[in-house]
Design a protein around this ligand. Structure first.
Ligand code: ADP
Ligand code: GN1
Ligand code: MG
Length: 369
């Protein structure tokens, strides 16, 4: 038994899970938390769970975060059950620890939680088919629809200024100035590229500040890997990774998804010639997302969706580049230049989006009718 497994077993012993521990796997897809799939044997059958060590560098108040998650998942569960359908595969279900909390703190300060692995589900890093693109749009649209009457003010602000693109630019400029690990000289072209996009990318946040867009309960991290699909049909089952559920803009959820679903490449593609907006998948996602939300969106919200794609692509890009300049403290990297590759890829994608913005917005309008 290695050190990791010893830790996993120790943490699991604090949760009220029936059955006997069998084995575990490490899941590598997320950039933030440490995730394990753990298996138990119960009545002769394997039962699996997701065990996570929450990244407390990123989430400073994980208890508040868990309170949001538990409240929101209970709310959705009740809505699904009210339609006479079992909610088991359609919303996350966190396990209580033996002390009654939905988490456990270890003596060394680590914060852990555990939820059921959704049966017969898969997650995908990118939308490899048009169907998956449409289904992810439906998943995130429906998530917001379920929560459209949830009291927004009751949510904790888990990460302040999360999609405040103006603030993200300030942080970016500070990272350029501080140049903590001496990488600035090697990325002057990328820095100029992002500074040239500042005006266009901050428009959305400025509209929010002028009170022109309502705050809703949003997911705020709508990449494809944060949706679970049925392993056979690829229909969407549940939205996951609810850590950043907070008050936010519809356009941010739409846009943050598009930087993945609406791209011809993965988020760290190094062959820049391959990077373009995949209009077919963009349209499919839009169909799913707008189809769910058109009856509740204001005219102004509809008008800002394509802008949201540009804003979120640039914002995520400057976050990657800031982290690269700071020495890779925030996002998990699997090799030294990965944050730079991510930033370069997002820069090209954002430039391509800017050229296609009118066409992208026309597609939104088509499905919002
Ligand atoms: P991170 O915040 O690091 O992105 P996630 O909560 O997104 O962590 O989890 C990482 C991965 O674990 C997901 O992309 C998915 O593959 C898998 N996963 C998480 N929760 C579940 C679940 N309840 N059922 C099945 N797979 C899950
Ligand atoms: C992180 O946790 P994960 O990997 O789903 C990040 C998002 C970024 C994304 C970029 C809490 O998402 O904001 O858009 O990486 N999550 C947090 O891929 O910062
Ligand atoms: Mg995730």
């Amino acid at each position: 038994m290695n050190v990791k497994e010893t830790k996993v077993i120790e943490v699991l012993s604090r949760f009220a899970i029936v059955g006997e521990y069998s084995h575990f796997e490490v899941l590598q897809s997320g950039h933030i938390n440490e995730t394990y799939r753990v298996y138990f044997i119960r009545n002769g059958e394997l039962k699996d769970y997701i065990l996570q060590r929450v990244n407390t560098y990123v989430f400073k108040d994980p208890v508040a975060m868990m309170e949001n998650i538990v409240n929101v998942t209970e709310y959705i569960r009740a809505k699904i059950k009210a339609t006479g359908v079992s909610a088991k595969r359609f919303v996350l279900h966190y396990q209580k620890a033996k002390d009654g909390n939905y988490y456990t703190w270890l003596e060394d300060g680590e914060f852990w939680r555990c939820c059921r692995f959704i049966d017969d589900s898969i997650s995908l890093l990118e939308a490899d088919t048009v169907k998956v693109a449409e289904e992810s749009g439906r998943a995130f649209g429906r998530f917001q629809k379920y929560l459209s009457d949830y009291p927004v003010k009751d949510l904790h602000i888990v990460i302040p200024h999360f999609h405040n693109t103006v603030n993200r630019y300030d942080i970016f400029k500070k990272a350029i100035k501080d140049d903590l690990v001496g990488r600035r000289e090697s990325v002057l072209g990328e820095i100029d590229g992002y500074l040239a996009l500042e005006e266009a990318a901050t428009k959305l946040y400025k509209l929010q500040c002028r009170g022109e867009l309502p705050l809703r309960v949003t997911h705020n991290d709508t990449k494809t890997s944060n949706v679970l699909f049925d392993a056979h049909t690829h229909e969407h089952l549940s939205v996951i990774d609810l850590d950043t559920v907070m008050p936010g803009l519809v356009a941010c959820d739409f846009g943050d998804a598009i930087r993945i679903v609406g791209s011809t490449c993965g988020e760290d593609e190094t062959n820049l010639n391959k990077i373009a907006v995949d209009m077919e998948k963009y349209e499919a996602f839009t169909k799913g997302f707008v189809g769910e939300l058109k009856s509740m969106m204001t005219k102004k919200e509809v008008e800002t969706l394509a802008l949201g794609a540009l804003a979120m692509t640039v914002e995520c890009g400057i976050r990657f580049l800031s982290d690269y300049l700071d020495g890779d403290k925030y996002f998990r990297v699997h090799y030294e230049q990965q944050n730079l590759d991510r930033a370069r890829c997002h820069l090209v994608l954002a430039q391509k989006m800017l050229e296609k913005l009118d066409e992208m917005q026309q597609i939104v309008e088509k499905y919002a009718k």
